[in-house]
Structures are given as C-alpha cells and as structure tokens.
Design a protein around this ligand. Structure first.
Ligand code: PEP
Ligand code: MN
Length: 336
C-alpha cells in the first residue's frame, strides 16, 4: 500500500513508519515538495487501513493493485531522473550510450570512444563479460576489459556502461562502471538482481528475450525492493515468430512502461534488429515514442568486430544518425 502524507512533521512520519513496521512491512519513503509517500511492501498481517488513515499527517492510504509496487506510477508520480554530475537520464535531455558490443582492445575501445564523444553521446558502452550463445564465441576480456573502460573514461570523460553477468563479479564491475548493465538473458536472475540492489550504482535492466512487460517490471521491483532506486529500463526487442530481424522491437512498450512506471526507459535498436540499416529508423521511432535515451552499437571497423558487427554502425553512420536525432529531439521538445 502507499500512505500519502502532506505537510508532515518528523514525529508524525516516524509514528506512521513504526506502525507499519509493526505490521511487518518494509518501508520505502519518497519525499516530494508537498507530499511524502510511504511505500509499505511485504507484510503478512491483514491491516485495517482506517487505523493508519486516522493517524496525524496522513492524507490517504491507497492499496497498490499491481504486483509491482515501488516501480509503479502509483507509488511515485514524478519521473525518476538519475543524475551523474551534469548528465542525467530521465529528464528532457536524451541520453545516448554508444560503443562496441565488446571491449576487444584498448585501441579499439578508445577509437570508438572518440567517435561517440565527438558525435555527442555521454556514455561509452562495451562488454567486458559477454553473454554469448555459443561457448566457443569470444567471451570478453573480463577484468582487463574493465580496466580499459576505466582508462577510456579518464581519457575522454565519457561515463561507462558495462554488463555484470553474475553475483560473484557484480562488485568488481561496480568498481569500474558508472552504470551496471543486466543483460536480457539475466533479467530474471534473481540472485544477481538482489546483489546489484545492494550496490550504490545505477542499474540498466534490459528486457528479457521473452519477458512480458509485467515480468520486466517485477524484475525491476527486486532491485528497488533491495534498496537501489536508480534503475533504467531498456527495451531491446523480444522473441517473436519473425526471423528477418534478430528480435522484434516492441516500440509500444516504451509509452506503456512510462505510463505504468516512473523509471526512465531507453531503447537498444541494435540488439532489437540485428541489422545496422534498421538501427537509425528504430532509434528515431524510439525517440518519438517517448524513450529517454538510446543504446547503440558503434565499432571503428564493424567488418572486423569480434561480435555483433552486422548491427554496429560505422563512425560515419553514427555521426549522421546523431545529427538527425538532435534535430528530431528538438522537434519533440527535448534536446540531445
Ligand atoms: C549487450 O548489450 O551487450 C547485450 C548482450 O545485449 P542483450 O542483453 O540485450 O542481448
Ligand atoms: Mn552486442
């Protein structure tokens, strides 16, 4: 349930929190300008809501009907904006995370980073731990790759987004990353979700290959329930019967999730389509649909990429796309 309190004093708030804890609830507080919202989740006992409604400072008590609570718009009406110094995700400025599928070498990563920086992206992406379908494919440079990401961050000022694949290495990834990515294949790895919930770094949660919107939001709920409220959702296409594209980009998930949740939503048109020619059109469609940002694969030489070359943009194509996106962002009252 959520308890809405207005013009609340410390004592009134504490009294309500103690009462709710007495019922066995976990408490999550969101303080706005005029109102304080208490999210009370878990709790096994049946509660007479009017007992809480009568307490001083309480305006109303509302049960949350969806299975996801803390990620819901009912719990928090304003959009969540995640800040990184003067960069943010979820506000009026479109966030762009771009770079190679995998970190292959320092030279490759730096070349990609220079390109994405010059074109106006704020984040470099690149996997050091790679979730590959085949055990014989390149698995990533692991900690060496993380060190390269850190060095490139220092050299260019770009923020780093990189994937953590298991609970064991999540802490290690957190030492090097500004945003920890949870890949599509791990969206329902609940041990991993619980682990990253304890880390104080924003989490980029990709939608699972066959996950419904509700399952995706429930996965995000694990992270918020564990105490980390900085979650960015990433639509990256889902499995359908279509095989021409790698996945089917569920563009309607963007406005749907923005209605259901206060969390920022970005789109990855690269993994969604698997074809570089489709990346630009889908990136533009995503902005118009209301996405807060984009994740795009860019490689200095896509034909030589260790992975996902067919969906990676060349430096030239990325530049052109960013110019088009800037124009489009302005047209919809945002900036890039
Ligand atoms: C990636 O972004 O590197 C990746 C593997 O994507 P996904 O988890 O969406 O397949
Ligand atoms: Mn990839």
């Amino acid at each position: 349930m959520i308890v809405v309190m207005s013009r609340v004093t410390e004592e009134d708030l504490q009294r309500v929190v103690d009462k709710l804890k007495g019922y066995g609830f976990d408490i999550h507080i969101s303080s706005g300008v005029a109102k304080t919202i208490i999210g009370a989740v878990g709790g096994s006992k049946t509660v007479d809501l009017s007992n809480i409604e009568m307490m001083p400072g309480v305006e109303k008590v509302v049960p949350i009907l969806q299975p996801y609570k803390l990620v819901s718009r009912e719990f928090k009406q304003e959009d969540t904006i995640i800040k990184f110094g003067d960069t943010e995700i979820g506000g009026n400025k479109i966030a762009v995370m771009a770079g190679p599928c995998a970190v292959e070498s320092y030279e490759q990563l730096l070349a990609a980073a220079k390109v994405v920086k010059a074109a106006g992206a704020q984040f470099i992406r690149g996997g050091a731990f790679k979730p590959r379908t085949s055990p014989y494919s390149f698995q990533g440079l692991e900690e060496e790759g993380l060190k390269m990401l850190k060095a490139v961050r220092e050299e260019t000022g770009l923020l780093v987004v990189t994937e953590a694949m298991d609970p064991k290495s999540a802490e290690l990834v957190a030492e090097y990353a500004d945003i920890i990515q949870i890949g599509a294949r791990n969206m329902q790895n609940f041990f991993l979700l619980k682990e990253v919930a304890k880390i104080s770094k924003p989490i980029l949660l990709k939608r699972g290959l066959s996950a419904t919107i509700e399952e995706w939001l429930m996965a995000a709920e694990y992270i918020l329930a564990g105490g980390n409220y900085d979650v960015i959702l990433c639509e990256r296409g889902i499995r359908t019967y279509e095989t021409y594209t790698r996945n089917t980009l569920d563009i309607s998930a963007v406005p749907a999730v923005k209605m259901l949740s206060h969390l920022p939503v970005i789109v990855d048109p690269s993994h969604a389509t698997g074809k570089w020619r489709l990346v630009g059109p889908m990136a533009k469609a995503s902005l118009v649909a209301g996405a807060d940002g984009l994740m795009i694969e860019v490689h200095p030489k896509p034909s030589e990429a260790f992975s996902d070359g067919a969906q990676s943009l060349t430096p030239q194509n990325f530049h052109v796309l960013m110019d088009e996106l800037r124009y489009l962002a302005n047209a919809i009252g945002k900036s890039l």
